[in-house]
Design a protein around this ligand. Structure first.
Ligand SMILES: Cc1cc2nc3c(=O)[nH]c(=O)nc-3n(C[C@H](O)[C@H](O)[C@H](O)COP(=O)(O)O)c2cc1C
Length: 159
């Protein structure tokens, strides 16, 4: 059975890491997208993003019919928002029955909150086996090191 890398990325950092992981493992990759767009700049970006985490929003995804039965291992990536995972990941988890999988978690962040984010994700995904977690500090600001870190981590996973 295959491995799936599934992620949400607002500014491309998580996407950058997801691509390295998928390449290393020759895995399928899906980017989650929302029908409604978040504000892209300035105060609005942080306000709407933070608010949607705090209120537990589950925005509608444009992705349809993701067939998880094909995958034994799911590698899930998110930016850290307000010390948690992002609303599109919440939508994905609530929309699909994710059980009996091997799951690895990764997150991009600006300096804090990844541990809390992973703890919340694990709590939201009962009935699965967690095989690894890794966090990346603003990957696009430091592409070479982040890329090497992602490749090493992916190669270390027993998928
Ligand atoms: C709404 C919002 C909330 C954020 N909250 C946090 C946070 O709590 N901790 C942190 O370290 N970074 C936080 N960040 C920064 C992002 O996690 C960081 O820039 C990440 O690399 C972005 O990933 P992306 O480019 O895949 O969207 C936040 C960013 C946004 C837009």
């Amino acid at each position: 059975m295959n491995t799936l890398v599934i992620y949400f990325s607002f500014d491309g950092n998580t996407k950058f890491i997801a691509e390295k992981i998928a390449e290393t493992l020759n895995a399928d990759m899906i980017e989650l997208n929302t029908s409604k767009k978040y504000p892209r700049e300035g105060f609005g970006k942080y306000f709407w993003g933070g608010k949607s985490v705090i209120f537990g929003e589950k925005p509608e995804l444009t992705n349809t019919d993701i067939d998880l039965s094909r995958y034994k291992t799911i590698i899930m990536g998110t930016p850290v928002w307000a010390g948690s995972y992002t609303p599109p990941i919440k939508s994905f988890i609530s929309q699909y029955k994710i059980q009996g999988k091997r799951i690895a978690l990764f997150a991009s962040h600006g300096g804090g909150g990844a541990e809390k984010c992973f703890a919340k994700l694990k709590k939201a995904l009962p009935g699965n086996e967690f095989i690894g977690e890794a966090d990346y500090l603003e990957p696009k600001k430091n592409p070479e090191d982040s890329s090497a870190q992602a490749v090493r981590w992916a190669a270390s996973l027993t998928v």
